[in-house]
Design a protein around this ligand. Structure first.
Ligand code: LLP
Length: 429
């Protein structure tokens, strides 16, 4: 699952004690394991090898350039959703031909930047956007390679806020309307509409939701091909699960076992856009207890990390396993909420931010902790730092990458000066 393991009662990341990292870099601190990230990448590549897919890491999950560099070196492409993500991917050494650009609202400057960089393709979501891409490409004397994102109306059985493939969602073109869209853009200059794109949500722990949406996509491709459209690529999106409680996500091999046979002999290039499944378990958010405050029915454990560093519990009611770094005899055997130890205390783990939604865990049974103790918040590699904010004027936390016994800072902690820098520069107008 990952390389965050207890040795003699103390939490290590690969060969480095987490407590050493806190002493060296301070808290709150995002700690990433390079080996975990690359192992997950290789597992996915191996499981889907019969399709020889282009794996495009979804930069939005965790966009630190050093993690992107590791993945680029391993051969990964990148799924980007903004000019900023494109910039990051290119700076990380991405091969532009292995970059796909998604999102419902790309601006003209962003599209021009992507065309100038020579990206592999756009995933377009509306007639309006196809018209815009075609006209910008013609202006630049280029032909944009484009996949049409279709909405297959398949329930991914995940949180409403991260469900994207149902009729009522803003994403894609209704699958029933797709043939007419392909017809409308047949032969239009500046555009090679050669692919379809599906992404039904995140995380999708139900393999049949994938197979259902891919089957619908394949039916569409058959219809398009019989109508004379040269479709050579299917992008099946991301959304593979990660381990928060430990066993909720099917193993990568199970996704592949269901998906590979569907796509194997279809004469299609396959693109996959994994984010969470690669990076969620590669990161832990390390935080320190500031205060303990007994409440009427539970203990408030007030820590120096907050909804700023990890908004997922506040936004989606998401569960993240939490446990003291120095666990002594109480080394957890699983990442579930139920732990088999005596003397646990019901706790809310909360941050210093002035909102009742500022919690990392509610009603969690934890060993008793003291002021100054270190606590690990697990599965914080994906959609943690990437969604971090400076709310309450709290500088964003640092990030550290561990490779074996070595640890290096890959993003310095922000300072108070950073908080106001963009407000003080000579401002135009
Ligand atoms: N492709 C597309 C078109 C996407 O919209 C996404 C994620 C991905 C790929 C990558 O999905 P992944 O493999 O990471 O599941 N903030 C939420 C998740 C939002 C996902 C947005 N789109 C969370 O923290 O759960």
């Amino acid at each position: 699952m990952d390389r965050f393991e207890y040795r003699s009662g103390n939490l290590f990341v690969e060969d480095v004690p987490m407590a050493d990292l806190a002493a060296r870099f301070g808290t709150p601190l995002y700690v990433y394991s390079a080996d975990t990230l690359l192992t997950h990448y290789r597992k996915l590549a191996t499981a889907f090898a019969p399709l020889n897919p282009l794996i495009c890491y979804a930069v939005k999950a965790c966009s630190n350039i050093h993690l992107c560099k590791l993945l680029a070196k391993a051969g990964s492409g990148f799924d980007v959703v903004s000019g900023g993500e494109l910039y990051r991917a290119l700076q990380a050494g991405a091969d532009p031909a292995k970059v796909v650009f998604a999102g419902v609202g790309k601006t003209s400057p962003e599209i021009r930047e992507a065309l100038a960089a020579g990206i592999g393709g756009f995933n377009a979501e509306s007639i309006s956007e196809l018209t815009q891409i075609a006209s910008l490409a013609r202006e630049m004397g280029k032909t944009a390679r484009v996949a049409l994102r279709v909405n297959p109306d398949v329930d991914a059985k995940t949180h409403a806020y991260t469900t994207t493939g149902k009729k009522e969602n803003k994403f894609g073109v209704d699958i029933a309307d797709a043939p007419a869209v392909f017809e409308k853009f047949r032969g239009v200059g500046g555009l090679s509409l050669h692919a379809i794109h599906l992404h039904i949500g995140s995380p999708v722990n139900d393999v049949t939701s994938y197979t259902r949406s891919i089957e619908r996509g394949l039916q569409l491709i058959d219809a398009l091909r019989s109508a004379g459209h040269a479709i050579d690529t299917i992008d099946i999106g991301g959304g593979f699960g990660a381990y928060y409680k430990g066993d909720e996500a099917p193993p990568t091999a199970d996704y592949a076992a269901a998906i590979v046979p569907l796509l194997k002999d279809r004469k299609l290039n396959v693109v996959i856009e994994p984010g969470r499944s690669l990076v969620a378990n590669a990161g832990v958010l390390l935080t320190r207890v500031i205060h303990l405050k007994p409440g009427p029915s539970k203990q408030f454990v007030i820590v120096d990390a907050s909804m700023n560093e990890l908004i997922r519990p506040a936004l989606y009611g998401a569960y993240h396993f939490i446990w003291p770094v120095a666990a002594g005899q109480r080394v957890p055997g699983s990442r579930g909420p139920e732990q088999p130890f005596d003397g646990l205390q019901k706790c809310d783990v909360v941050g210093p931010v002035c909102e009742s939604s500022d919690f990392l865990a509610k009603d969690r049974m934890l060993p008793s902790v003291q002021q100054g103790d270190l606590i690990a918040v697990y599965s914080a590699g994906a959609y943690a730092m990437a969604m971090a904010s400076q709310y309450n004027s709290r500088p964003r936390a640092a990030e550290v990458l561990v490779e074996g016994a070595s640890a290096r800072l890959i993003r310095r902690r922000e300072t108070y000066a950073d908080l106001i820098a963009a407000e003080l520069e000579p401002l135009p107008g």
